[in-house]
Unconditional design. Sequence first.
Length: 225
Amino acid sequence: MSKTDSAAAADATAADATAADATSANVTVQRPAASRKRWNATDLGLIAVFAALVAVSSIVPGIPVGALGVPITLATLTVMLSGLVLGAGRGFAAVGLYVLLGLAGLPIFSGGRSGLGILASPSAGYIIAFPLAAAATGYLAGVVIRRTVKFRGLWLFAAAMASSIVIVHGLGILGMMVNAKLDFGKALLADLPFLPGDTLKNVLAVVIAVAIHKAFSDVLVRRVK
């Protein structure tokens, strides 16, 4: 074999080794990304804890508002907190678990109510909205945590308010229109008293969420990197 052939063979061997190393590196990089998508015992524990928080906040005696008697409760505080802390998937799961348990018969809706009959009440739109609002807030919170450093609390508040107004209040109004047979104007007026309280609760939820993210930096960040 000539020197030229030997050199060519050596180059080919080096190229194969480089390609093999690159493939191995790709596999090594991809495996952790795939594993992050799986919920572990910690995730399931967090889902259960936040579902319990929503339940406890809902059964605390509320303040009935207007002729329809839809109460102001602390539920929206813990719903938004679930999304802000857990993100879209786990936040939806936590609040969805709360809703499913209530529909199944546990007296964990406001006023100790439970069962499928709640879906025929004026409160139905708000209850249906809760898991969706937690998911939307969680998605937006993930974007905020990933992309911002300054004014993070302000952006998280904007995320919570957007989800609250569009989803919670939007579906709440729709529920009153369907179940209480109100026109849009009357349903909107019936919903307005909830807005100031929800704004204050969103402020508190953001303060708590920011503190949690500072203390446990990977609780949400690891899922959006």
